[in-house]
Design a binder for this molecule. Structure first.
Ligand code: ATP
Ligand code: MG
Length: 137
């Protein structure tokens, strides 16, 4: 069993597809172990995506992630990290496999509907960034 962090990004929350996205997880063996709808501060977004701080798209990424509420979740299941990435599809929705979340709900590489941890180690850090242990069950 693994846990991974998922974020439904502001574009997907605005579109009203929270339920449809969570259905993709629950229908594919990922259980929602924790969830909350929050608005990230600039400090939150900069810290969360600190690994990208030197990339040219960093400021746009921070502005986008703080442009409206997001839903942060802990997903739990067998191979949860890789399974979530597979269900999400490629970063650029134009390159995402049909039937993936990004292919079906995302508009662009900037507004790409979901975030998912990309390794088990990052998953642990990202989960701890948003949730205390008593919020996860
Ligand atoms: P995320 O971390 O959000 O789950 P990802 O792991 O698929 O996405 P990363 O390489 O970690 O992709 O990039 C983080 C985010 O930065 C992407 O989701 C995307 O919105 C944005 N991004 C990545 N590469 C580019 C790019 N070349 N141009 C513009 N935005 C980009
Ligand atoms: Mg990433």
């Amino acid at each position: 069993m693994q846990q991974t962090l998922s974020i439904i990004k502001p574009d997907a929350v605005k579109k009203g597809v929270i339920g449809k996205i969570i259905d993709r997880f629950e229908s594919n063996g990922l259980r929602v172990a924790a969830a909350k709808k929050i608005k990230l501060s600039k400090c939150d977004a900069k810290a969360f995506y600190a690994i990208h701080s030197q990339r040219p798209f960093f400021n746009d990424l921070v502005d986008f992630m703080t442009s409206g509420p997001v839903v942060v979740m802990v997903l739990e299941g067998e191979n949860a990290v890789a399974k979530n990435r597979e269900l999400m599809g490629a970063t650029n929705p134009k390159e995402a496999t049909p039937g993936t979340i990004r292919a079906d709900f995302a508009d662009s590489i900037d507004a790409n509907a979901v975030h998912g941890s990309d390794s088990l180690e990052n998953a642990k850090n990202e989960i701890a960034f948003f949730f205390s242990s008593r919020e996860i069950c």
